[in-house]
Design a protein around this ligand. Structure first.
Ligand code: ATP
Ligand code: MG
Length: 247
């Protein structure tokens, strides 16, 4: 379907169309469409913008990625469908691989996602897992030796809380992009970005390019994730108060 550009919800409709297209191609699963709907609901009450606390988390994420020895960007179907080019740009800015990691994993789907990223210019996409993470029973336990298995910092989006916890138990730092500030993922990550991946990834790329090593250290010293997470909920509350006044 062609989305009319003057529609008041143009971008929302455009991204829905993109997900549906990728669903038909076997890149996105039906469960991913449901997850997107939950994300949209949270995005609505955030005002469909990057709230100040999210921008702070995005800067801290860029700092952590910049200082990491072995960062890796974990990719699932929805993220690949929504921001393939931006994922490639982020991996280039960091000089790190992209790794396909799926809850509803099939060999065929993992390969299709890798091919989509390669079509957008990705040089290194890890999609054939050689190892398994302990303390995780889902398909997400399957990881690549050169990627998540040996990474010190993992960026995840639209994540399942279980894996965030499993990665943390292994001593890895986890950066999560999740519109729901109440999810287990957001509450257990080291840096929780309460923003849409569509806005978050370009913001992180910008910060990675701008930030110096010195500044990155300073940003991390001053960053408090629990405080930032609470701020995001307060920003939702403020936005809702504003909406009430306008009713
Ligand atoms: P958890 O296991 O962490 O408690 P969950 O089970 O509630 O999370 P899942 O269905 O596993 O959630 O994952 C979907 C999550 O991704 C939701 O929290 C949703 O808000 C978020 N999400 C969906 N679309 C986007 C998007 N475009 N950008 C950022 N987050 C998104
Ligand atoms: Mg879950």
């Amino acid at each position: 379907m062609v989305v009319p550009p003057d529609h008041p919800r143009y971008y929302s409709l455009l991204y829905r169309e993109r997900l549906i297209e990728k669903f038909k191609e076997g890149i996105v699963v039906a469960q991913g469409l449901i997850a997107h709907g939950r994300g949209e609901a949270f995005d609505y009450i955030l005002g469909e913008r990057t709230v100040p606390s999210a921008l702070k988390a995005e800067k801290a994420a860029a700092a952590l990625l910049k200082l990491a020895k072995r960062p890796v960007v974990s990719v699932n179907g929805n993220v690949a469908a929504l921001v393939p080019r931006e994922l490639v740009k982020l991996s280039e800015a960091l000089g790190c691989p992209l790794e396909v990691n799926l809850f509803y994993r099939s060999e065929e789907r993992a390969k299709k996602i890798a091919e989509l990223l390669e079509a957008h210019g990705a040089r290194e996409v890890l999609w054939v897992p050689e190892e398994e993470l302990p303390n995780l029973s889902s398909e997400r336990r399957k990881v690549s030796k050169r990627g998540i298995a040996t990474a010190d910092v993992v960026l995840v989006a639209l994540e399942d809380g279980d894996r965030t916890e499993a990665l943390k138990k292994l001593g890895k730092k986890v950066i999560a992009i999740d519109l729901n500030p109440f999810s287990r993922t957001a509450r257990s990550a080291d840096i929780s970005i309460i923003d849409n991946v569509i806005r978050a990834i370009p913001n992180i790329i910008k910060f990675v390019k701008e930030i110096s090593y010195e500044e990155a250290k300073k940003v991390l010293e001053e960053y408090d994730n629990s405080l930032t997470l609470k701020e995001s909920v307060k920003e939702i509350r403020e936005w809702l108060d504003k909406m009430i006044e306008e009713m």
